[in-house]
Design a binder for this molecule. Structure first.
Ligand code: HEM
Length: 158
């Protein structure tokens, strides 16, 4: 039982540092850069600042996945993926898969290059897309968190 509780502690600490960072970037950093910097500088400034968050995001994503799968294994709850009332398990997993792919696969393979190319051609549009993508990911993460907290404490919708 302590092991299960410990995994939950790791899960939540990692999520606070990870999704908290995403929220900070989305609701504070990006709007501030939009107001302060000239159109041509915005993407470059954002890139410099957010790249400092990349390592934190990578470590916390790994910790969240490891602790999450450990909890599933510990309570042997894999069958939840087959039940609609555990939709929040799918939400958590989808959020985790998206971030894992972006941070560990897409970004090093092509996303960074694509980002730099478009930033050079049309910085305003690139900045708007970056902002919109962050908003969507933050919204998805918040839905997953709300569903997981409610669901794991007994509030199942279906
Ligand atoms: C592969 C990825 C993940 C797996 C396998 C996973 C698995 C789990 C499991 C098994 C639980 C415990 C459920 C219970 O007590 O009945 C849990 C709780 C939770 N997870 Fe995840 N999770 C993952 C990713 C995420 C992500 C990305 C988020 C946030 C966006 C998240 C947020 C939460 C929250 C907030 C709780 C509830 C803790 C509580 O109220 O005590 N998880 N997760």
């Amino acid at each position: 039982m302590e092991k299960y509780a410990f995994a939950r502690v790791v899960h939540i600490i990692a999520i606070v540092l990870w999704i908290g960072g995403v929220a900070m970037v989305t609701t504070v950093l990006l709007p501030a850069i939009r107001r302060m910097a000239s159109k041509d500088d915005r993407v470059a400034i954002f890139d410099k600042i957010e790249s400092r968050f990349a390592l934190q995001a990578k470590i916390t994503t790994v910790l969240t996945g490891a602790s999450g799968f450990y909890m599933l294994y510990y309570i042997d709850a894999w069958s939840r993926y087959a039940e609609l009332r555990y939709w929040w398990m799918h939400a958590m997993t989808i959020v985790w898969v998206i971030f894992t792919l972006v941070l560990f696969v897409f970004e090093p393979l092509f996303l960074h290059r694509l980002f730099e190319k478009h930033a050079g051609i049309n910085p305003t549009r690139t900045f708007a897309i970056v902002f919109r993508l962050h908003l969507v990911l933050l919204a998805l993460s918040l839905v997953a968190i709300a569903g997981a907290v409610a669901g794991s404490h007994g509030w199942l919708l279906f």
